[in-house]
Write a protein that binds this ligand. Sequence first.
Ligand code: ADP
Length: 253
Amino acid sequence: ESRAERILQTDGLTKRFGAFTAVDDVDLSIERGEFRSIIGPNGAGKTTLFNLLSGALPVSEGSIRFDGTDITDLSPQKRVHQGLGRSFQILNIFEELTVRENVRLAAQSVHRDDYGFFESLFKPTDRHEPINARTDDVLERIDLASVDEEEAAALDYGGKRRLEIGMVLATDPKVVLFDEPTAGMSIEETEATIDLIEDVLADQTLLLIEHDIELVMDLSDRITVLNQGEVIASGPPDAIAADQAVQDAYLGG
Ligand code: ADP
């Protein structure tokens, strides 16, 4: 087997809040095309780790490399520009805009040329062709092309979730970061969201933060388990399910 390419890597990543260490010397290595889940009981440091990766929080120690460059000190916006896409609890849809306008805004937000908001929405020219093409492509992939001129507010729950994923796809991400995408959902909504992630994001590199170990078992290529800020296990789902330290952490948590 050839050596797979690392797209996202952390080295000794550490976050302290005062004397308390929430993320403790975490080394992660995500390969291109991989579906990686980060799990752990409440208080394990998952949200803090996510915030370090997205740039919402500064690191205390360690570094983050993404697609060949050190992004440890980059702003969240610059990370998105470089292809680190975030979904849920961060990117919200604009209810009063159309479905198409929502996707278009996301596509435009990472486009190299900096068009104004109104120009980009209402005066499309051939200079906007790459944005228009990507918008069309995303609308097809999330299965909302037929309702593209409707207000986002008119979409049902599943439609809004698809639109949110579409807005992440429109930024042309190299890695998609998901923070508990099914938090607060019913069983039906959870299943629909998981199906959607599997369908629409099948060829993407995904890093999913999740509390529920059952949910990620079938989806993940590899699972990394955090407990009290530290990585206690990392490997394929079968190995993680059989790991005694993981079982202890979940029973003890
Ligand atoms: P998880 O997402 O796995 O439930 P968190 O990353 O939210 O865990 O929290 C990990 C630990 O860090 C918890 O003990 C939490 O109380 C603590 N923590 C998180 N954010 C802060 C903060 N801003 N200040 C102090 N402690 C924090």
